[in-house]
Design a protein around this ligand. Structure first.
Ligand code: PLP
Length: 360
């Protein structure tokens, strides 16, 4: 420690003016080669066109600011989903999009509502933006009871399929929540929908209060590129853009915009890789059941599973000793579950073999 280090001696007076936050805890990113099944990344590479774009980038374009509104990528997303450009908002990963949506839409005195067990970033954004919130318990089978959301609130956030449970909610129930909450914005976070859930995109024309949020990180294998987007009514998208332009005008960089378009343009590769993950998920779930795990019904690229005898924490630690990383949460109600991202077929075979040696 250097001699002029004044940290931890006296708390400086300016600290009282800091925004106090407890940040989101992401999954570990070990820098050595391990079997990494802990952050729901896709085991396959991005579409081949993405690499071509990256290798062909003209260094001179980096001198210039990127396009406003990531316009060409937003247009490609609009075309892909068959919606007008004015209904698309693109951001630096869906975390950026969701964060902007919280800041833009949740300014009521009434609490926003979301499940007690869901993406753990929601309470973090609520806290950093000083948005009151109330967590609504999932049912004992970890499904959402839509009736719980027919209440006074300042907004609703639902991940569908949900994380870390992997369970999806039928679209008619999602629609009921949107319909019963027409005076507030309802965000449906569809980070995993390509792996099995029913999308709410078809309801965007019907409900002005609906914002559907998507990401390139999971099904498009581009977590490192950071692209996410929202689709919603023009009134929502315009408001989102106004707030975003008041924080940071240029968000997605030039290279990422081009890589995103290349991914969107390769539907065959996308479908093939998503199907491969779904097939591997089914195989892994049945192998886990043979080993006495209870596996929740997954519509995502991960499984949420609990062993009949051995505590999840012990399995998690024993796997880690073998350089196999899965996710374990200490949170009440789910502290006996493991969240297991679906890797390649080979990785999942090694994972199952390791479990066999761990579980007597
Ligand atoms: C992974 C994830 C996100 C964030 O993804 P980005 O990489 O920021 O696009 C958002 N919501 C849920 C439920 C997720 O699991």
């Amino acid at each position: 420690m250097s001699s002029n280090n004044t940290d931890n001696v006296v708390t400086p007076a300016f600290v009282k003016n800091f925004r106090k936050v407890t940040p989101y805890t992401p999954g570990e990113q070990p820098q050595r080669k391990v079997i990494k099944l802990n952050t729901n990344e896709n085991p396959y590479g991005p579409a081949p066109g993405v690499e071509k774009v990256r290798n062909g980038i003209d260094i001179d374009v980096l001198r210039l600011y990127p396009e406003l509104e990531s316009a060409s990528l937003s247009a490609a997303i609009a075309e892909y989903h068959g919606v007008p450009y004015e209904k698309v908002f693109a951001g630096v990963g869906s975390d950026d999009v969701l964060s902007m949506a919280f800041l833009t839409f949740f300014n009521s005195e009434k609490p926003i509502v979301f499940p007690d067990i869901t993406y753990s970033f929601y309470p973090v954004w609520a806290n950093v933006y000083k948005i009151p919130y109330r967590e609504i318990p999932l049912k004992s089978d970890f499904t959402v009871d839509e009736n719980d959301y027919f209440c006074e609130n300042g907004g609703v956030v639902i991940a569908n399929p949900n994380a870390p449970t992997s369970i999806s909610m039928p679209l008619d129930k999602v629609e009921k929540i949107i319909r019963e909450n027409r005076d507030v914005v309802v965000i449906i976070d569809e980070a995993y929908v390509d792996f099995g859930g029913e999308t709410a995109l078809g309801l965007v024309d019907k409900y002005q209060n609906l914002l559907v949020v998507r990401t390139f990180s999971k099904s498009r294998s581009m977590a490192g590129v950071r692209i996410g987007y929202a689709i919603g009514s023009e009134i929502l998208i315009k408001a989102l853009k106004d707030v975003k332009e008041s924080v940071n005008s240029y968000t997605i960089n030039t290279e990422s915009i081009k890589m995103g378009i290349a991914s969107i343009q390769d539907e065959d590769y996308f479908v093939e890789k998503v199907n491969q993950v779904v097939e591997t998920r089914k195989w892994t779930a049945s192998e886990l059941e043979k080993l006495d795990f209870r596996v929740l019904d997954s519509s995502s690229n991960f499984l949420f599973a609990s062993h009949a005898k051995m505590p999840a924490k012990d399995i998690f630690e024993r796997l880690k000793e073998k350089d196999i990383f899965v996710r374990y949460f200490t949170k009440e109600r789910i502290d006996n579950y493991l969240r297991i991202t679906i890797g390649t077929g080979k990785e999942m075979e090694l994972f199952i073999e390791a479990l066999k040696s761990i579980i007597e």
